[in-house]
Write a protein that binds this ligand. Sequence first.
Ligand code: C2O
Ligand code: CU
Ligand code: CU
Length: 514
Amino acid sequence: MFLGGTQALSAMTHATTTHPDTLNASTLTPFVDPLPIPPTAKSMGLRPLPSAPKTKVPYYRLAAHPIELKIHRDLKPTHFWSFGNSVPGPTLEMRSGEEILVEWANELPQQHFLPIDYRLDGADHGNPQVRIVTHLHGGLVPPEVDGFPEEWFVPGKSVIYPYPIQQDAAMLWYHDHAMGINRLNIYAGLFGAAIVRDKTEDALNLPSGDYEIPLIIFDRLITPDGQLYYPVSAMPRAPWVPELFGDAVLINGKLFPYLDVEPRKYRFRVLNGSNARFYDLSFENGLNFHQIGTDQGLLPAPIDLKRVTLAPAERADLIIDFSNSRGEQIVLKNDAVGVMQFRVASKPVSDNSSLPKELRPVPKIPESQAVKTRLLTLDEYTSFTGQPVLLLLNANYWHDPISEKPALNSTEIWTLINPTDDTHPIHLHAVRFQILDRQSYVPWLYQTKREFRFLGPRTPPDPSEAGWKDTASAYSKMVTRIIVPFNSYRGRFVWHCHILEHEDNEMMRPYEIV
Ligand code: C2O
Ligand code: CU
Ligand code: CU
């Protein structure tokens, strides 16, 4: 069953206000700007580890500050906040087994430029408007450096996080996580890629160097004079909107970019960095994607796809072979809209890279390994006009006592029960997990009597998500089961919906590995 497309649409059922004051992105000339590649973060030398002063490791400093960026040839520069001079910010390159130090600095102004909702937890009047804390999404790191949402800091301050990276090669990303304004800070541009490499990946001889390219996709609403627009509700004192959907789809910070490619294999590291939009990517000419990896690294073997669907925060590692497309111009579409163009050179080239048949074993975790199953509901509360006003996890607010306390090195099944009309991409910090299955059920029976009546068989995850994950779509009116080994670090982390508007309005909970 193909769920991605239809479910993605159902995530957009809440119409927010219309945006008369935004530009219609489809009126811009497409494919006039080359695809920018975010620069690789440069280490500023070696520094001693706070925990082991005799060990010196690469030290980076990434400072959030305002920038102006041309997102399209025919638009004025756009005001963003970034950890570098681009949006996304610089890419952090890391190797498994090698620790690095990152100083995250706040060099932002005192005032926010996007509409804060002061009713939301953490964004209360009296708290500073501009607060940041950076989380390394997908990083299996200790709680002190995980970027707990309440550990934000203000302009003029910084923190130094040692990242002891000991995980499989994967594309991670860093982004802001400040309580109550996370959706605005990320919308403003405070995110970037982080790539972990290891020996297993090295040995595969995948396309690399100039032939490995990140594609970080995020949508925005843009005003006619080229500025970011973040919509507000009709209620001035409650400006929060349930989801942000923009018609301007940017890739690596450009609208409708093009990329000159050689007729050979490329590796694309694709990340959905959007607040709420789900993507359904395909090539206009029907060219295949070979997917080799998911959020947390390589799949056991490549799979061939005509379309790639990505929920917010999900990643896909793709090989695309242009060798039979010499001289062609190929448009990459999201749904029916062209978002990027590949211009394939006509002169043949030699390609020494490989697309191996086997990548990395991903042993399926047997259900019998789980010592506990937790039933967790995803809840949405609407106003009398049917507008969502609050979202909770298992009917708990952020400030309710911690209820999920898995033991270190134990495995649990988390059964995500979704009675809402939305697909919620659920993300757990500090762990990687596997999707067991999904099954349609009758929501009202469960809500009233805690009784499960299932409407069909358990369906296994799509092959494109049958690897290690850190974010999984819990589809509307379905029960999604994930199996999670909690074998990273003891301590307090969070789990949440990665639709950032939901996350900022209580769809996030602390949990503790004990
Ligand atoms: Cu992408 Cu809590 O993170
Ligand atoms: Cu995360
Ligand atoms: Cu959600």
